[in-house]
Write a protein of this length. Structure first.
Length: 750
């Protein structure tokens, strides 16, 4: 099997690609699986194809992967846990399952048969319960780790209460030591501020007040301070974006090995060894690994990942193709012109890596006020001590530092807003994102998959020559069944939605870029493009006489027994909520732009339906173009929010002030985005803006709630004197009041 790909056979009855030596074995297993009701999802067989195979590696095409993410997750877990399997790669967009395994201990035929069995077993929904349990345990463990830092402050506070107000005989050395150990993180941050930033920060004030009151034996005051400080830190960490972003690469989705033709021979080499000038061979279901031009062959290529173009395009010799795009049908030989990071996909990664990385903690004016107040408070405490020689009064001044209130009230408000958003299916990753969202005055939308539904849908049927619409749909769906072309998938899905039967298909033949010829219940059925039917001598005159409006548009033509029977109209429809959301944003004074890799005609048509001015439409845009548009808008002084769902949007997402994606978007889009709409509904944008603006209004209120009592306390401590415990009550009381006020977003229930 040194060159198994060259030996692939096409079964024109079933449409399943297999290697000749394994076809019978795979079929035998499939019959066994079909009889076993325990391993079938709703008692239906999972269709699959062996695309190609060599010893130690096999690639399956499993159409179910394209639409059933739960099944894909189960399948990945089962295959990964299989003995001898060393690597699993699933690409839902290509319906592809690639597996590497250790050959030798089991024959290749047996291994592939075993993997075919797992493809069926993964349809068992009971397996989901185990994976959900494991996920829940992991989440619980992470939550426990976050709150474990409160153990020492709570212990210190408990000991201070028991040994103070309750009067239990707890040695002062134990309480004082516990407070000292608990305060070490505060001391460390204070020291780092002095050593690294060359300034005294609010941690220095906290530690000074803690140290003074502890040395005076007033243990309850420092213990309460430590509790509140730790709670504030935990809240900040919960609202922060992960500092170490997972690096997801457009090129990571490509296979590790590619086929090339060198000196007239086909050979498989690591993708890193591909050089400019190499002839690269790409088979159905594989992603193109290089930028280059087609030497020979033709293919239907899905460029949505790179350009956002929803409709696949047909590429022929001389046409340019790009890395990370998907060959849905056909086989092509490409002359490599750009490889690795020099490809368009690589350029997108470079753009994203060069994008500015913002501070993970909320950048608000309140925190800046707190930092600026540090030195004046220290000076005031020094003056108070110098004039009164009273450490307690100096400690009172240090306690009234604005820091505790701001540390608690601001993150509490942010966390409450983020929690309220999460209840509505809106994941906002950080306080900074919340703050920026409240300021947004320009929205930039990707079109495909964002303003539109992102997948082809049948929107109408026109018939001629006496055949009903139901019959036209049945014939078309029967001919197109089990083909992976997006239009074919849309046809079959539409027939199922209409409750129509899927007729059996006899002998069939598919021609790339044209259509399919199939025998359906004794009829010769043609389904495909206008050119396909004209080549077959089918007259279209009657269609245009009855339906003159069909001269343009996206159409699938259907004929049987030499006569045209009708056409099916298809498009990438707008989301139902898109128009309303765009209208409300514009009424609120927010400027709206649309970016797309689609052509100008489709882009303008969508913009007109949505009420977006043509001057704000940017079509035929590659990822670098999208990033440049966002960057230019930002540099013109606007606060820009960009929303997109694909890998091609990742660079633009990284450059936006606020980046937004969908829960079902690509991994890299979700990871790059500041905000994720988990319900995949644009209405979430309006709710998120309202929550963000409410949160920022509350932060202003809370700053006043903290500042006014503490400022009054400082005046009193500096003139008449104030007991440290009273100062703590003023400081912490205002903090608690502001914190409670900050919880108001939680009252926003739908």
């Amino acid at each position: 099997m040194a060159n198994a790909i060259g030996k692939l056979a096409v079964n024109t009855t079933s449409g399943v690609l297999t290697t000749p030596g394994e076809e019978k074995s795979a079929t035998r297993y499939e019959h066994q699986f079909q009889r076993n009701g325990n391993i079938n999802h709703q008692h239906s067989k999972v269709h699959y194809q062996i695309v190609h195979a060599i010893p130690g590696r096999v690639r399956f095409r499993v159409p179910r992967l394209m639409y059933d993410h739960i099944y894909a997750h189960r399948l990945e877990i089962l295959v990964s846990s299989t003995e001898c399997v060393t690597k699993v790669r699933i690409k839902p967009s290509a319906a592809s399952l690639a597996i590497k395994y250790e050959s030798g201990s089991i024959s290749d035929a047996e291994m592939r048969a075993h993997l075919a069995k797992i493809i069926q077993i993964a349809a068992n929904s009971n397996i989901q319960e185990k994976t959900q349990t494991a996920t829940a345990e992991t989440t619980t463990s992470e939550e426990n780790n976050i709150w474990s830092n409160l153990k020492l402050p709570i212990l210190a506070t408990s000991l201070a209460i028991l040994g103070g107000p309750l009067g239990l005989p707890i040695p002062a050395i134990i309480v004082g030591s516990t407070i000292a150990i608990t305060s070490l993180p505060v001391a460390k941050r204070a020291w780092e501020g002095i050593r690294q930033e060359r300034k005294l920060n609010i941690d220095f004030l906290d530690f000074s007040a803690i140290a003074i009151t502890t040395l005076q034996g007033q243990f309850l005051t420092p213990a309460l301070m430590l509790c509140l400080i730790e709670i504030g830190d935990i809240i900040r960490e919960r609202t922060a974006r992960k500092s170490a972003r997972q690096t997801l690469d457009l090129l990571d989705s490509l296979a590790e090995f590619v086929w090339v033709e060198r000196d007239g021979e086909k050979q498989e080499i690591p993708i890193e060894q591909v050089q400019r000038g190499d002839t690269v061979i790409v088979y159905p279901g594989e992603q193109i690994p290089v930028d280059g031009r087609i030497l020979r062959g033709q293919a239907t290529i899905d460029e949505q990942k790179l350009t956002g173009e929803s409709m696949p395009v047909i590429k022929q010799p001389g046409d340019e193709v790009y890395a990370s795009t998907l060959v849905r049908e056909g086989q092509i030989y490409i002359v490599a012109e750009r490889v690795g990071s020099d490809t368009r996909a690589g350029a997108s990664i470079k753009l994203m890596q060069e994008a500015p990385v913002h501070d993970t903690r909320i950048e608000n004016y309140a925190a800046k006020i707190a930092d600026r107040a540090v030195l004046p408070i220290i000076l005031l405490a020094s003056v108070v001590f110098g004039t009164t020689r009273n450490l307690a009064r100096a400690a009172s001044v240090l306690t009234l530092d604005f820091a505790t209130g701001i540390r608690v009230s601001v993150p509490t408000t942010v966390l409450a807003a983020l929690t309220s958003a999460a209840r509505r299916g809106i994941l906002i990753r950080s306080g900074r994102a919340l703050e920026q969202f409240a300021k947004v005055n320009t929205f930039v939308f990707d079109k495909t998959g964002t303003l539109t539904q992102g997948e082809i849908a049948i929107v109408g049927v026109k018939t001629v020559n006496g055949m009903s619409a139901e019959q036209v749909i049945e014939l078309a769906a029967a001919a197109e069944q089990r083909l992976t072309h997006p239009v074919a998938c849309a046809l079959v899905r539409y027939a199922e939605e209409q409750g129509l039967r899927l007729l059996p298909r006899g002998e069939w033949n598919y021609e790339i870029g044209l259509g399919v010829r199939a025998n359906i219940e004794g009829q010769t059925v043609l389904v495909g493009s206008k050119r396909f039917l004209q080549q077959e001598g089918i007259s279209l005159k009657c269609l245009y006489e009855e339906h003159p409006d069909l001269q343009t548009g996206s159409l699938i033509y259907v004929a049987s027994d030499g006569e045209l029977r009708g056409v099916l109209q298809y498009t990438d429809p707008l989301r139902p909520e898109s128009y309303e959301v765009i209208t409300q944003l514009q009424q609120a004074g927010i400027e709206v732009h649309m970016l797309t890799g689609d052509n100008w005609k489709r882009a303008k048509s969508a913009a007109n339906r949505l009420g977006i001015p043509e001057t704000n439409v940017h079509a035929e845009a590659f990822p670098e173009t999208k990033a440049n548009v966002v960057r230019e808008l930002h540099e013109s002084g606007r606060t820009v929010a960009f929303i997109g769902d694909g890998i091609n949007d990742s660079a633009a997402l990284a450059y936006a002030d606020v980046s937004i994606s969908f829960g079902n978007g690509s991994d890299i889009a979700r990871e790059t985005a500041d905000v994720v709409l988990m319900r995949n509904d644009l209405q979430g944008l309006l709710e998120a803006i309202a929550l963000a603006r409410q949160a920022m209004s509350l932060i202003h209120q809370n700053t006043a709630i903290v500042a006014i009592p503490n400022l009054a306390g400082l005046i009193m401590a500096g003139t008449f004197g104030l007991n440290p415990l009273a100062a703590t009550v003023v400081n912490n009381g205002s903090s608690i009041l502001a914190g409670v006020n900050g919880l108001r977003p939680l009252l926003n229930r739908k």
